[in-house]
Write a protein that binds this ligand. Structure first.
Ligand code: GRF
Length: 206
């Protein structure tokens, strides 16, 4: 499965995918990484692994690159790389419906909450404030409506009275590092079938 990864930050989830690819533990080839920030550590991780990178900074020469310009560049790059799947892993910019609908392959996003609860930002803080007993992360199909596409997989943890925003962030991130490769494996094996997915795989159990 050829995958392109969109990132904005540290890229710890990208690193998990790089490690799995290099170890032969996942049937994927990361064909390129797009960052909307030039200072994202994820870029260093991709370069260290010899993966092509497009750093499309949204602030170029003091001017904020409009989402349209970013999307035009991203589209051209994706067309060149020809991924089978686009993975948003810590990508913090909201994409337009036009861009999302124009993608010829499925796009999935990793979100740090048990969707449909806690869409948007600051999920850990809101979960603590609400006194929730459970929290976790979700992988969902990207649609024009933010964090609202079909949920594919989730990982759950039970809150402890000692949890803080920082501890929850760390605990959820540990879950993300399990959930993302596992979900991509299920997609690659044809266990999870996505719309507009080129399907040449049959589940092993069929
Ligand atoms: C993850 O916690 C993700 O859920 C959130 O941003 C973080 C990305 O982490 N949206 P990383 O860049 O993969 O380290």
């Amino acid at each position: 499965l050829r995958i392109a990864v969109l990132v904005s930050g540290s890229g710890s989830n990208l690193q998990v995918l790089i490690n799995a690819m290099q170890a032969g533990a996942l049937p994927i080839e990361i064909v390129g990484v797009i960052s909307n920030r030039e200072d994202a550590y994820a870029i260093t991780r991709a370069k260290d692994a010899d993966i092509p990178v497009a750093a499309l900074s949204h602030v170029a020469s003091g001017k904020r690159m409009g989402i349209k310009t970013f999307e035009t560049h991203a589209s051209a790059q994706l067309t060149a790389w020809q991924p089978d799947l686009i993975v948003l892993a810590g990508f913090m910019r909201v994409l337009s419906g036009t861009f999302i609908d124009s993608m010829p392959v499925p796009m999935i996003n990793l979100h740090p909450s048990l969707l449909p609860c806690y869409k948007g930002l600051d999920t850990h803080q809101r979960v603590i404030q609400a006194g929730e007993r459970h929290h976790g992360c979700s992988i969902h199909v990207v649609t024009a409506e933010l964090d609202a596409g079909q949920v594919l997989t989730q990982a759950v943890l039970a809150l402890s009275v000692k949890d803080t925003t920082a501890s929850l962030q760390a605990r959820v991130q540990t879950l993300e590092h399990q959930l993302l490769p596992w979900t991509i494996l299920l997609i690659a094996k044809g266990v999870i079938v996505l719309n507009n997915q080129a399907s040449h795989h049959q589940p092993d159990y069929l």
